[in-house]
Design a protein around this ligand. Structure first.
Ligand code: KG4
Ligand code: ZN
Length: 339
């Protein structure tokens, strides 16, 4: 039986979780800094680091209490070593290595995106390799062939903005707070996709994506709609939100469909913050009509966005690499295919 303590601090969520090989996820604790950063309209790295530092120890205690376990009974500590904000990563890495050293427990540095990739295993341990993954977060839009743990081939990437970034930037144009994807999806429920927005790169032969043109198109459309009125009406805003959501999810569903055709892999996972999007999930599930063997797995809603549970389970799958070496470094830029 193996028990892993996982720590995530790459951006604006402090996440801690305890995963056990027999019992599964025993507990997780999460603190979101959204309210702190909302005041500034985006994540302020220095404030993020300071807040992680304040919250991390109480969260570890809280998580141990919920799991009814003492730190001494943990077998290893996994933590996000990159990519992410340098100072934020250093807090998680420092705490993980300090705890490991004092408790004489080995530590496991984890690639943040590998955490997202393996998050569906939290509720389904039977996902078979190789699988295809649509990894869509605030900083990444990638289509990946996961061949085995640690062997990831990126077969599609964004050429500019990530899907989550496109949601965040267009949400800002509509006066919506961060995280934009969540607020756009909510507003879109009362709107209709009446505006014709571009779906870039649908005709390209590859699996790459581009969302910066969409951002420009939304900005131009807002200027045009405003015309001589001061503000967009609520109806215009919700119709815009619906049109933006429709355009982004259309591109993602189209590209993943193409990836299924090109690779012949029918085993698909969707992960990362944007995988919380219901419209996206429904569009991908509809692909079963033309791909009857398609299996789609995604993490429970609370584990789509950043959390400690995905780092704990990734630590479990990489347990054999756990080391008693506490000379750590973090990698703010870190390519998943370099693992
Ligand atoms: O994975 P994540 O929590 O952090 C990164 O690793 O980047 O993803 C955050 C992204 C943000 O861009 C946010 O707008 C997006 O996930 N997001 C959503 C939804 N909830 C969060 N996008 C679309 N629909 C949602 N419901
Ligand atoms: Zn993430």
């Amino acid at each position: 039986m193996t028990t892993i303590l996982g720590i995530e601090t790459s951006c604006d969520d402090t996440g801690v979780a305890i995963y056990n090989s027999d019992k599964g996820l025993m507990a997780h604790s999460l603190y979101s800094q959204i309210d702190l950063h909302t005041l500034y309209g985006g994540v302020v790295p220095e404030l993020a680091s300071r807040d992680h530092l304040e919250k991390i120890i109480p969260l570890i205690k809280d998580c141990c209490n919920k799991a009814q376990i003492q730190l001494a009974h943990i077998d290893a500590i996994s933590y996000t070593c990159g990519p992410g904000l340098n100072g934020a990563l250093l807090i998680g890495a420092g705490v993980a290595n300090g705890l490991g050293y004092s408790l004489k427990k080995p530590i496991i540095p984890i690639h943040h995106l590998e955490g997202h990739l393996l998050s569906p295993f939290l509720t389904n341990a039977n996902i078979q390799f190789p699988f295809l993954a649509l990894l869509v977060s605030g900083g990444h839009s990638q289509i990946i062939i996961a061949k085995e743990i640690g062997k990831y081939e990126i077969i599609g990437d964004t050429l500019d903005d990530a899907a989550g970034e496109a949601f965040d930037k267009t949400a800002k144009m509509l006066g919506l707070p961060y995280p934009g994807g969540y607020h756009i999806a909510k507003l879109a429920q009362t709107g209709h996709p009446i505006y014709d927005l571009p779906r870039p790169m649908l005709n390209s032969k590859d699996l790459n994506m581009s969302f910066s043109g969409l951002k420009t198109a939304v900005l131009t459309l807002i200027e045009k709609l405003k015309n001589d009125q001061e503000e967009l009406s609520n109806t215009q805003k919700s119709n815009l939100a619906s049109s933006i959501e429709e355009a982004i999810t259309d591109v993602l569903a189209f590209k993943i469909d193409k990836a299924i055709q090109l690779t012949g892999i029918n085993n698909l996972i969707i992960a990362g913050g944007v995988s919380a999007n219901v419209k996206l999930k429904n569009k991908i599930l509809k692909l079963k009509a033309t791909n009857p063997n398609l299996q789609v797995t995604y993490p429970p809603l609370q584990f789509c966005t950043d959390n400690g549970a995905m780092i704990a389970i990734a630590g479990f799958y990489r347990f054999k690499e756990a080391k008693y070496d506490y000379s750590f470094s973090v990698k703010p830029r870190f390519d998943l295919s370099s693992l």
